[in-house]
Design a protein around this ligand. Structure first.
Ligand SMILES: O=C(O)CCC(=O)C(=O)O
Ligand SMILES: [Fe+2]
Length: 210
Protein backbone atom coordinates (compact mmCIF):
# COMPACT_ATOMS: atom_id res chain seq x y z
CA UNK A 1 0.00 0.00 0.00
CA UNK A 2 1.26 3.46 -0.84
CA UNK A 3 2.16 5.31 2.32
CA UNK A 4 1.85 8.94 3.23
CA UNK A 5 5.48 9.60 2.41
CA UNK A 6 5.42 8.21 -1.12
CA UNK A 7 4.67 11.64 -2.50
CA UNK A 8 7.73 13.00 -0.71
CA UNK A 9 10.14 10.49 -2.23
CA UNK A 10 11.89 11.87 -5.28
CA UNK A 11 11.16 10.03 -8.50
CA UNK A 12 14.76 10.31 -9.62
CA UNK A 13 17.38 9.81 -6.98
CA UNK A 14 21.14 9.53 -7.36
CA UNK A 15 22.08 6.92 -4.77
CA UNK A 16 25.83 7.16 -5.30
CA UNK A 17 28.08 8.00 -8.22
CA UNK A 18 26.86 5.94 -11.20
CA UNK A 19 23.74 4.60 -9.46
CA UNK A 20 20.38 6.24 -10.16
CA UNK A 21 17.01 5.05 -8.92
CA UNK A 22 14.00 5.94 -11.08
CA UNK A 23 10.83 5.31 -9.11
CA UNK A 24 7.79 4.26 -11.10
CA UNK A 25 9.63 4.90 -14.36
CA UNK A 26 8.26 1.90 -16.29
CA UNK A 27 4.74 0.97 -17.30
CA UNK A 28 4.78 -2.18 -15.23
CA UNK A 29 1.50 -3.61 -16.53
CA UNK A 30 2.81 -3.44 -20.09
CA UNK A 31 6.23 -4.77 -19.05
CA UNK A 32 4.58 -7.71 -17.30
CA UNK A 33 2.61 -8.66 -20.43
CA UNK A 34 5.72 -8.40 -22.60
CA UNK A 35 7.70 -10.47 -20.12
CA UNK A 36 5.03 -13.18 -20.18
CA UNK A 37 5.30 -13.28 -23.97
CA UNK A 38 9.05 -13.79 -23.68
CA UNK A 39 8.54 -16.54 -21.11
CA UNK A 40 6.00 -18.28 -23.36
CA UNK A 41 8.80 -18.73 -25.93
CA UNK A 42 11.72 -19.18 -23.57
CA UNK A 43 10.30 -20.59 -20.32
CA UNK A 44 11.74 -19.79 -16.90
CA UNK A 45 14.12 -22.48 -15.73
CA UNK A 46 16.43 -23.22 -12.83
CA UNK A 47 19.99 -23.21 -14.09
CA UNK A 48 22.91 -24.75 -12.25
CA UNK A 49 26.04 -23.05 -11.04
CA UNK A 50 29.35 -24.22 -12.55
CA UNK A 51 29.75 -26.21 -9.31
CA UNK A 52 26.44 -28.03 -9.90
CA UNK A 53 24.17 -26.26 -7.42
CA UNK A 54 20.65 -25.41 -8.52
CA UNK A 55 20.10 -21.66 -8.85
CA UNK A 56 16.75 -21.25 -7.13
CA UNK A 57 16.02 -17.89 -8.70
CA UNK A 58 14.53 -18.96 -12.04
CA UNK A 59 15.75 -17.20 -15.18
CA UNK A 60 15.09 -16.63 -18.82
CA UNK A 61 16.41 -14.14 -21.39
CA UNK A 62 15.56 -11.91 -24.30
CA UNK A 63 17.92 -10.32 -26.79
CA UNK A 64 20.75 -11.34 -29.11
CA UNK A 65 22.52 -12.93 -26.17
CA UNK A 66 21.29 -14.62 -23.02
CA UNK A 67 23.06 -15.21 -19.74
CA UNK A 68 23.57 -18.88 -19.02
CA UNK A 69 25.20 -20.90 -16.28
CA UNK A 70 26.26 -24.51 -16.28
CA UNK A 71 29.18 -26.92 -16.02
CA UNK A 72 31.23 -24.87 -18.50
CA UNK A 73 30.82 -21.66 -16.50
CA UNK A 74 28.86 -18.47 -16.87
CA UNK A 75 28.44 -17.20 -20.38
CA UNK A 76 26.27 -15.31 -22.78
CA UNK A 77 25.03 -17.30 -25.74
CA UNK A 78 22.79 -16.56 -28.73
CA UNK A 79 20.60 -19.63 -28.33
CA UNK A 80 18.47 -21.02 -25.55
CA UNK A 81 20.18 -24.26 -24.49
CA UNK A 82 16.77 -25.71 -23.54
CA UNK A 83 15.20 -25.28 -26.97
CA UNK A 84 18.12 -24.63 -29.34
CA UNK A 85 16.24 -21.55 -30.56
CA UNK A 86 17.48 -17.95 -30.50
CA UNK A 87 16.30 -16.03 -27.46
CA UNK A 88 13.17 -13.91 -28.09
CA UNK A 89 13.92 -10.36 -29.19
CA UNK A 90 13.81 -7.58 -26.63
CA UNK A 91 10.40 -6.00 -27.30
CA UNK A 92 10.57 -2.42 -28.61
CA UNK A 93 8.76 -0.96 -25.61
CA UNK A 94 11.27 -2.55 -23.22
CA UNK A 95 14.23 -1.47 -25.32
CA UNK A 96 12.80 2.04 -25.30
CA UNK A 97 12.30 2.23 -21.55
CA UNK A 98 15.80 0.83 -20.92
CA UNK A 99 17.29 3.45 -23.25
CA UNK A 100 15.35 6.25 -21.55
CA UNK A 101 16.28 5.01 -18.07
CA UNK A 102 19.96 4.87 -18.98
CA UNK A 103 19.71 8.41 -20.32
CA UNK A 104 18.10 9.58 -17.08
CA UNK A 105 21.03 7.96 -15.32
CA UNK A 106 23.55 9.83 -17.46
CA UNK A 107 24.25 7.25 -20.19
CA UNK A 108 23.13 8.36 -23.64
CA UNK A 109 22.78 5.99 -26.59
CA UNK A 110 22.24 2.80 -24.58
CA UNK A 111 21.29 -0.16 -26.81
CA UNK A 112 21.34 -3.33 -24.70
CA UNK A 113 21.65 -6.65 -26.55
CA UNK A 114 20.80 -8.84 -23.57
CA UNK A 115 18.00 -8.87 -21.02
CA UNK A 116 18.25 -11.38 -18.20
CA UNK A 117 14.97 -11.97 -16.40
CA UNK A 118 15.00 -13.28 -12.83
CA UNK A 119 11.98 -14.66 -11.00
CA UNK A 120 12.06 -14.54 -7.20
CA UNK A 121 9.64 -16.43 -4.98
CA UNK A 122 9.25 -15.77 -1.26
CA UNK A 123 12.32 -16.97 0.62
CA UNK A 124 14.68 -16.57 -2.35
CA UNK A 125 17.55 -14.10 -2.49
CA UNK A 126 20.45 -13.24 -4.75
CA UNK A 127 23.84 -13.35 -3.09
CA UNK A 128 26.39 -10.59 -3.45
CA UNK A 129 28.08 -10.65 -6.86
CA UNK A 130 29.50 -8.50 -9.63
CA UNK A 131 28.09 -8.44 -13.17
CA UNK A 132 31.30 -9.12 -15.03
CA UNK A 133 30.50 -11.42 -17.95
CA UNK A 134 29.71 -8.50 -20.26
CA UNK A 135 32.16 -7.24 -22.83
CA UNK A 136 32.02 -3.49 -22.32
CA UNK A 137 31.85 -2.07 -18.82
CA UNK A 138 31.40 1.47 -20.10
CA UNK A 139 27.72 0.66 -20.41
CA UNK A 140 25.51 0.38 -17.34
CA UNK A 141 23.32 -2.48 -16.21
CA UNK A 142 19.73 -1.23 -16.10
CA UNK A 143 17.14 -3.08 -14.02
CA UNK A 144 13.35 -2.98 -14.16
CA UNK A 145 11.53 -4.41 -11.13
CA UNK A 146 8.09 -5.98 -11.29
CA UNK A 147 5.77 -7.24 -8.60
CA UNK A 148 6.47 -7.71 -4.91
CA UNK A 149 8.93 -5.15 -3.49
CA UNK A 150 12.46 -6.21 -2.61
CA UNK A 151 15.55 -4.73 -1.03
CA UNK A 152 18.49 -4.34 -3.37
CA UNK A 153 21.83 -4.24 -1.58
CA UNK A 154 24.65 -2.20 -2.99
CA UNK A 155 27.94 -3.16 -1.38
CA UNK A 156 30.76 -1.54 -3.33
CA UNK A 157 34.21 -2.85 -4.15
CA UNK A 158 34.06 -5.66 -1.56
CA UNK A 159 31.64 -8.58 -1.53
CA UNK A 160 30.50 -7.88 2.02
CA UNK A 161 30.36 -5.09 4.55
CA UNK A 162 27.51 -2.71 5.19
CA UNK A 163 25.43 -2.19 2.06
CA UNK A 164 23.33 0.70 0.93
CA UNK A 165 19.81 -0.75 0.94
CA UNK A 166 17.57 0.33 -1.90
CA UNK A 167 13.86 -0.52 -1.88
CA UNK A 168 12.77 -1.57 -5.35
CA UNK A 169 9.08 -1.60 -6.14
CA UNK A 170 6.91 -2.44 -9.11
CA UNK A 171 7.88 -0.24 -12.05
CA UNK A 172 11.06 1.10 -10.45
CA UNK A 173 14.24 1.15 -12.50
CA UNK A 174 17.81 1.20 -11.34
CA UNK A 175 20.77 2.30 -13.44
CA UNK A 176 24.15 1.04 -12.29
CA UNK A 177 27.17 2.15 -14.26
CA UNK A 178 30.25 4.31 -14.30
CA UNK A 179 32.09 4.23 -10.99
CA UNK A 180 29.59 1.65 -9.69
CA UNK A 181 29.54 -0.64 -12.71
CA UNK A 182 31.60 -3.31 -10.97
CA UNK A 183 30.09 -2.83 -7.52
CA UNK A 184 29.08 -5.94 -5.62
CA UNK A 185 25.32 -6.14 -5.22
CA UNK A 186 22.57 -8.56 -4.30
CA UNK A 187 18.92 -8.87 -3.41
CA UNK A 188 17.67 -9.65 0.12
CA UNK A 189 15.41 -12.60 0.76
CA UNK A 190 12.00 -11.89 -0.77
CA UNK A 191 9.30 -11.54 1.85
CA UNK A 192 5.80 -12.91 1.53
CA UNK A 193 3.69 -10.40 -0.31
CA UNK A 194 0.98 -10.06 -2.90
CA UNK A 195 1.03 -7.93 -5.97
CA UNK A 196 -2.10 -8.68 -8.00
CA UNK A 197 -0.59 -9.32 -11.48
CA UNK A 198 2.53 -11.17 -10.29
CA UNK A 199 1.05 -12.90 -7.24
CA UNK A 200 3.70 -13.48 -4.58
CA UNK A 201 6.62 -13.11 -6.98
CA UNK A 202 9.10 -10.47 -7.93
CA UNK A 203 10.69 -10.26 -11.36
CA UNK A 204 13.69 -8.25 -12.43
CA UNK A 205 14.61 -7.53 -16.02
CA UNK A 206 18.28 -6.57 -16.24
CA UNK A 207 19.42 -5.04 -19.47
CA UNK A 208 23.07 -5.36 -20.43
CA UNK A 209 25.48 -4.74 -23.26
CA UNK A 210 26.86 -8.26 -23.29
O1 LIG B 1 16.98 -8.61 -9.18
C1 LIG B 1 17.66 -7.60 -9.17
O2 LIG B 1 17.19 -6.49 -8.92
C2 LIG B 1 19.14 -7.68 -9.46
C3 LIG B 1 19.51 -8.81 -10.36
C4 LIG B 1 20.99 -8.92 -10.57
O3 LIG B 1 21.80 -8.35 -9.91
C5 LIG B 1 21.45 -9.82 -11.64
O4 LIG B 1 20.64 -10.51 -12.25
O5 LIG B 1 22.67 -9.82 -11.92
FE1 LIG C 1 23.75 -8.47 -10.85
Amino acid sequence: MADLFDSLRPRREVITEGVTLLRGFADSAQAFVLMQQIAAEAPFRNQRTPGGHVIRVATTNAGDLGWTSGPSGYRYRPDDPETGQPWPAIPDALMDVATRAAEAGGFDGYRPNACLINRYEPGLKLGSHQDKNERDFRWPVVTLSLGVPATFQLFGSARGGTPVNIGLEDGDMLVMGGAARMAYHGVKTLKEGQHPPTGNKRYSLTFRVA
